[in-house]
Ligand binder design. Structure first.
Ligand code: MN
Length: 248
């Protein structure tokens, strides 16, 4: 494994643990990272609770969701595969059942940015994937095939986040740090927006505010990453030698 790949997989283990600590993932959900810019492969854990993931559990998947490892993969690996296929700009994907986000997937009220930290949601209503449109009205709501993944990726379009009706959400980023930041602040925004809606009609960020705040604050996602990393890896600072697969 190259130094780049070792650093990347070590960060992916940290991302799993951060997202659990931040309440975005629990026993379910997953996070992946593309192996290199433009690559048609990505790292994703084997079928395991995110809090238990170590470097030895990461499997290299292709865009058809295949691995050459005999261990059981996640059922919903096609979420990641098809988003990477459709979005060359995306380097990382988080799929969660983020608890404050789910209500926005089942009501007419659209999720919109109510705070500057969530400017990445943009001015348009956050898209909602309606699985019954492609899987009928008796599915398990899971993305268990390439065709379902492709339909979800189409709903995401060029957005940062898409909701999945009655299920959860996906958040994407141009780096692992950015995708993690967006997944966490999608949950924060959903919680704040629901509180605002209970008080009255919210004034959402304007299109210009969302774009400007996203450009300014998105560039600082690494600051949040460093804080969250310290919480799950106390005493290890960025730049320290990383632990490779199988060593932790
Ligand atoms: Mn799921």
């Amino acid at each position: 494994m190259t130094t780049h790949a070792a650093a990347q997989t070590a960060d992916l283990v940290v991302a799993n643990h951060i997202l659990v600590r931040q309440g975005v993932l629990d026993a379910f959900g997953h996070v992946s990272v593309r192996t290199a810019p433009g690559a048609d492969t990505f790292w994703l854990s084997r079928n395991l609770a995110p809090g238990s993931v170590t470097g030895a559990d990461l499997l290299e998947h292709d865009l058809d969701g295949r691995t050459d490892d005999p261990r059981r993969p996640y059922l919903e690996r096609f979420i990641h595969a098809e988003i990477y296929r459709r979005r060359p700009d995306v380097m990382a994907v988080v799929h969660s059942h983020s608890p404050s986000v789910v209500p926005f997937s089942v009501v007419a009220a659209a999720m919109r940015p109510v705070l500057h930290m969530a400017g990445f949601l943009g001015e348009r209503a956050t898209p909602v994937f309606e699985i019954s449109d492609v899987a009928g009205d008796a599915s398990d709501l899971l993305i268990t095939s390439s065709s379902l993944g492709a339909a979800l990726a189409k709903t995401l379009g060029d957005a940062s986040v898409a909701l999945m009706r009655g299920h959860g959400a996906v958040a994407v980023g141009s780096s692992l740090q950015e995708a993690v930041y967006r997944a966490v602040y999608t949950e924060v925004n959903a919680h704040a927006q629901a509180a605002a809606l209970a008080l009255g009609q919210p004034r959402y960020l304007s299109a210009g505010e969302a774009a400007t705040a996203s450009a300014t604050i998105g560039g600082q996602a690494v600051r949040a990453w460093d804080v969250w990393r310290e919480q799950v890896r106390p005493g290890i600072t960025a730049g320290d030698p990383v632990t490779g697969p199988g060593e932790e």
